[in-house]
Design a protein around this ligand. Structure first.
Ligand code: ATP
Length: 332
């Protein structure tokens, strides 16, 4: 089994009495896209800043490619890219000049520099904006410039703090596409966000933080299975008599009406095993004009809130490698 690209072990960082990061451990494999999720103040930015070698932990270790980040920050920096959540535009600086400047800062010169800047511009679709002053860019264009800056040294591990914040739907979609391409190129990405459903679509694995700790590490579906005892919610569509469906749900054991819809109902069923559900579908089809019976996927937000309510602390250990388990089950 190959060594993980990123190894974080028992990381801590305190600011006075605040335990911003409190014993965080996880590993990331090369080529994974991992979402870091948590409420405000959960410790995401602090963790990411340490991983980007911009801050030093009070305790614990971070190794990237087997190299300790505190002992050898410069060696590690060559391999990583950092996209902060705040970005200040320089005055009187064009997009082209900005990328050229940071390319030089990475030690690129001459033809190599021109080639790299041009590649980055093409990837982020910034070429048409080459001569545009960077303080005249839209939010989405600015994010693409920030992403382009991060890509100049072709890092293998990229850390992106809230990269999709404030983007309109079109810009979000563009950003997701860029993430997909980077993943296809074998890059490893750690992306933080408050927007859980969006990260779920982009990421292979999700790391949930709460109060400085990792409370869950697993794939999107494993999170939704965390609360397997939770009631299953179904959307039932019938042809014709919606009232008859309401009556059916009222007398049939295990069912509870959640909401009446124009052509049916949303309802909870007490059992979540396939055999019981199949029996209910057969019965529904026999008694009513059933058109559609669909289980509703729990939203990641709901699963996260429930998980915190259930007190899923202390931290669930990350699953053994490979971090995305084939059957999506949580390993603890
Ligand atoms: P957000 O989603 O709001 O950005 P976050 O999950 O990124 O939050 P952090 O920014 O890592 O959280 O902050 C974690 C905790 O550490 C917070 O309570 C914050 O106030 C505190 N903190 C972070 N940086 C500092 C600092 N430089 N000095 C003092 N406290 C800090």
């Amino acid at each position: 089994m190959s060594t993980p690209l990123v190894e974080v072990e028992n990381l801590t960082r305190h600011f006075g009495h605040v335990r911003a990061v409190d014993g965080v451990s996880f590993t990331l494999n090369a080529g994974q896209v991992v979402g870091l999720i948590g409420a405000n103040g959960a410790g995401k930015t602090t963790t990411m800043r340490i991983l980007a070698s911009l801050d030093v932990p009070d305790g614990g270790t971070v190794r990237i490619g087997g190299v300790d980040i505190v002992d050898h920050p410069n060696r590690v920096r060559r391999r990583l890219g950092w996209m902060p959540d705040h970005f200040s535009a320089y005055k009187d600086t064009t997009v082209g000049d900005y990328l050229d400047f940071f390319g030089r800062a990475h030690g690129l010169r001459g033809r190599e520099l021109a080639k790299r800047v041009s590649e980055v511009m093409e990837f982020t679709d910034l070429a048409p904006l080459n001569a545009r002053p960077m303080d005249a860019l839209s939010k989405g264009q600015t994010q693409r410039l920030c992403l382009g800056r991060m890509l100049l040294n072709d890092p293998e591990f990229m850390i992106l703090d809230e990269p999709a914040a404030g983007l309109d739907p079109k810009a979000r979609l563009e950003f997701k596409n860029l993430v997909r391409i980077l993943r296809d190129r074998g890059k490893t990405l750690l992306i933080s966000s408050h927007i859980l459903s969006e990260l779920g679509e982009m990421c292979d694995t999700l790391l949930f933080m709460d109060a400085g700790r990792v409370v869950h590490h697993g794939d999107r579906h494993s999170l939704q299975r965390l609360d397997s005892e939770a009631l299953a919610v179904f959307e039932i569509t019938v042809h014709g008599d919606v009232e008859a469906l309401g009556n059916w749900l009222a007398v049939r054991p295990g069912w509870k009406l959640v909401e009446t819809l124009r052509t049916g109902a949303r309802a909870e069923f007490a059992q979540s095993d396939p055999a019981s559900i199949a029996a209910e579908v057969r019965r529904l089809a026999a008694d009513l004009h059933l058109v559609e019976f669909r289980r509703q996927e729990r939203r990641l937000e709901e699963a996260f809130v429930d998980m915190l309510r259930q007190g899923a602390r202390p931290a669930i250990k990350p699953p053994p490698l490979p971090a995305v388990s084939v059957n999506g089950e949580i390993k603890s």
